[in-house]
Design a protein around this ligand. Structure first.
Ligand code: HEC
Ligand code: HEC
Length: 360
């Protein structure tokens, strides 16, 4: 059943794409409020014109503060492009001035993850988008089913929905799907590490290459933060499913992480392994933003690991105590230099991912 729907929608997509190509007269969706090109950006493969139009709509929704109950906060308020779609505070401020319980993660490459949020409570990227909308700290719209009506009163959405879906009808499913498509388009792949992996051996300095070796081999960081290219987490597709781990931060858990979802004692204090793409831009670090710098993070692995009940075995020594990696200063500098090569300056400056609202 699902398969045939997928095939049907693929056929529909191709038909739409083909007809758009032939006529090439797309409805201009520039309005007084928005800085959008007359034709949609090429977010995905150029052939999938309709997917690009849905992502264009998703971009407007992502940056629209009308998605919060008092029109003050948009997704982009916390997921800031210049900060790799994260922000620079331990906890972010929501629509009523209250702060989130956890640190805001990046949404770059989020499409590659198998589960979302620090506790993995969502596994479907299209269902995900409405969660922040109804979240009481973040955006506060208790019933997302009221959102279509609210957006219908704004002058720019009829044309955008029409462009994206062939008619102007606004539904929660479409809103969610469009934001999901936009986020799926935000991908990294042009960092210096990516160039190096693609065969350009001069893309990294000797110190950075040494840092990569230390990360992958000596300190085994790569056994948890997997990934060949700039994408580094073990929550990625094909990686055998999402994994939640305890890295020995607290003696008694303040936030039980994955344990909140499963209720299992063995999941207490475990968290989704974060994506290290653009990590140099996403300070502060950890689920609660406790570390201000990468140096602080390395100090944790070097001599700060605590023997917590669910501490990952890779972080214990042969006697079962917390392992101290005793990372030398030189090694620390090299690892930090390596982590800096994961920054993709394209994704944080690309106009197609930027705020389309005119500031006046
Ligand atoms: C007030 C700040 C704030 C706003 C507004 C906000 N977010 Fe978030 N976002 C967060 C925080 C904090 C988390 C982590 C929550 C957790 O894991 O419990 C998060 C997590 C996410 C994740 C999961 C990333 C991952 O790696 O698992 C995605 C995707 C996301 N948000 C998308 C959105 C979208 C789409 C919107 C707008 C509809 C939005 N966010 C609005 C703060 C915010
Ligand atoms: C046993 C698995 C494991 C190992 C080994 C490991 N990490 Fe982590 N790392 C994690 C998990 C899980 C988190 C998130 C923990 C949390 O917030 O509770 C994390 C968080 C981080 C963060 C913060 C990312 C962010 O966005 O907040 C950085 C940076 C990092 N690790 C780098 C390293 C480095 C460098 C090494 C090697 C010296 C390493 N990790 C070894 C599992 C691991």
């Amino acid at each position: 059943m699902k398969k045939s729907i997928a095939i049907l929608s693929f056929v529909a997509l191709v038909v739409v794409a083909y007809s758009c190509r032939k006529t090439s007269s797309s409805t201009p969706n520039k309005t007084a409020y928005l800085d959008l090109p007359a034709t949609p950006y090429n977010y995905f493969d150029s052939f999938f014109v309709s997917a690009n139009k849905i992502a264009t709509l998703g971009r407007v929704l992502f940056y629209d503060a009308h998605l919060s109950v008092n029109n003050t906060v948009s997704c982009g308020s916390c997921h800031k492009q210049s900060l790799a779609f994260a922000d620079n505070v331990p906890f972010s401020v929501g629509y009523q001035g209250a702060v989130t319980k956890r640190n805001t993660p990046t949404v770059i490459d989020v499409r590659l993850k198998e589960s979302f949020f620090w506790d993995g409570r969502e596994t479907n990227i299209s269902n995900l988008a409405l969660r922040p909308v109804s979240n009481h700290v973040e955006m506060g719209i208790d019933d997302p089913n009221t959102l279509p009506q609210k957006l219908a009163a704004l002058p720019y959405y009829a044309a955008l929905f029409n462009d994206a879906y062939g008619d102007g009808q606004i539904t929660t499913d479409r809103i969610s799907n469009a934001i999901g498509q936009f986020m799926s388009a935000i991908s990294s792949g042009q960092s210096r590490l990516d160039m190096y992996q693609a065969g350009n051996t001069s893309a990294l300095t000797a110190q950075e290459i040494q840092g990569k070796f230390l990360f992958d081999t000596k300190y085994n960081c790569g056994s948890c933060h997997l990934g060949g290219g700039s994408f580094m987490t073990n929550g990625y597709s094909g990686g055998g499913g999402a994994v939640f781990l305890d890295i020995g931060l607290d003696n008694s858990y303040v936030d039980i992480g994955r344990g909140t979802i499963t209720g299992m004692t063995t999941d207490k204090g475990t968290f989704n392994v974060p994506n290290l793409t653009n990590v140099a831009l996403t300070a502060p670090y950890m689920h609660d933003g406790r570390y201000k710098t990468l140096n602080d993070v390395l100090d944790h692995y070097s001599h700060g690991i605590i023997k917590t009940p669910n501490l990952d075995p890779r972080l214990t020594d042969s006697t079962g105590h917390a392992r101290q990696m005793n990372i030398t200063d030189n090694d620390k500098q090299a690892i930090i230099a390596f982590l800096n090569t994961l920054t993709d300056f394209h994704v944080i400056t690309d106009p197609k991912f930027s705020n389309p609202f005119k500031s006046n």
